[in-house]
Design a protein around this ligand. Structure first.
Ligand code: ADP
Length: 264
């Protein structure tokens, strides 16, 4: 983990044009953070909120693929205009670069990219901006949590021991930086076969236990559903594609809860 400096020195700027910023974070790549962020954003929209989605995973942006966005954002009066898709205001570094270009960022560039995305984008009248953070506890996460006013963070993990070790690091980072952790989500928690049996592919119970150990809320499980992957790959996430699917209901339940907690 990069060194954490005391929070008090930093002035945390709110993201202009937004009421609440919620970070979706994971300690490791590949646990389903972006899949969660996109579906959760869509679920909030379906529950009646005005939503923006900021793909801050500058090293591995997923939003162009997950939302099937090929266009480039326009700029007006020195600000980037988010691309509107599924009624969500979207921004990603992936809109500005081509897919094949590797992202090589150094410290100051990271800071400046984050500033651009949070201060130089015309987000309009949003109830929530969902920020898909890069995985881990490195410079980008630190810069973000130190400089941007985040109203809460949701940590996504699989139940594997190796992922959980890093989750603990992530919890400590947010705690030290004074970012409220809304709770932990256990993603790809199990797979239910056609035989009706539950298969614990990545182990079981670890995320819940970590939440309990750190006195954080456990927000629930999202099993492995092949359709979640399939519709993400097709650029129309499951919440948008299959409104009655079990996975959609889980995302909707969470969204309704967060909406109530923040907006009511
Ligand atoms: P991350 O953002 O953490 O790197 P992704 O969101 O890209 O992870 O997800 C990694 C892979 O896991 C993707 O192929 C995605 O479709 C798949 N995936 C994520 N969550 C689920 C789920 N609940 N069920 C099935 N596949 C999932």
């Amino acid at each position: 983990m990069a060194q954490i400096k005391p929070t008090k020195k930093f002035v945390k700027n709110p993201i202009q044009g937004t009421k609440f910023a919620i970070a979706i974070s994971s300690a490791k790549g590949g646990v389903g953070k972006s899949t969660f962020a996109t579906n959760f954003a869509l679920a909030l929209k379906k529950s009646g909120c005005k939503v923006g989605l900021l793909d801050a995973d500058i090293y591995g942006p997923s939003l162009p693929k997950l939302f099937s966005i090929n266009g480039k954002p326009e700029s007006q009066e020195g600000k980037l205009i988010p691309i509107n898709k599924f009624d969500i205001q979207c921004m990603s570094i992936g809109f500005l670069t081509d897919e094949q270009t590797p992202m090589i960022w150094r410290g100051p560039m990271v800071t400046s990219a984050i500033k651009t995305f949070t201060q130089k984008v015309s987000w309009k009248d949003l109830d929530f901006i969902i920020v898909d953070m890069p995985p881990g506890t490195g410079d980008t996460q630190l810069t973000f949590a130190q400089e941007i006013k985040l109203d809460g963070a949701i940590i996504v993990s699989t139940p594997q021991e190796i992922a959980l070790q890093d989750v603990k690091r992530g919890i400590r980072m947010f705690d030290k930086l004074g970012t409220k952790i809304i709770g932990l989500v256990d993603n790809m928690s199990f797979f239910k076969g056609d035989d009706g049996k539950k298969y614990d592919i990545f182990g079981t119970g670890g995320v819940k236990k970590t939440a309990e150990d750190f006195n954080k809320e456990f927000l629930g499980e999202i099993p492995i559903y092949p359709e979640v992957g399939k519709y993400g790959d097709q650029g129309k996430p499951i919440v948008e594609a299959l409104p009655d699917h079990e996975a959609t209901k889980i995302y909707m339940g969470l969204a309704e809860r967060i909406k109530k907690e923040y907006l009511d």
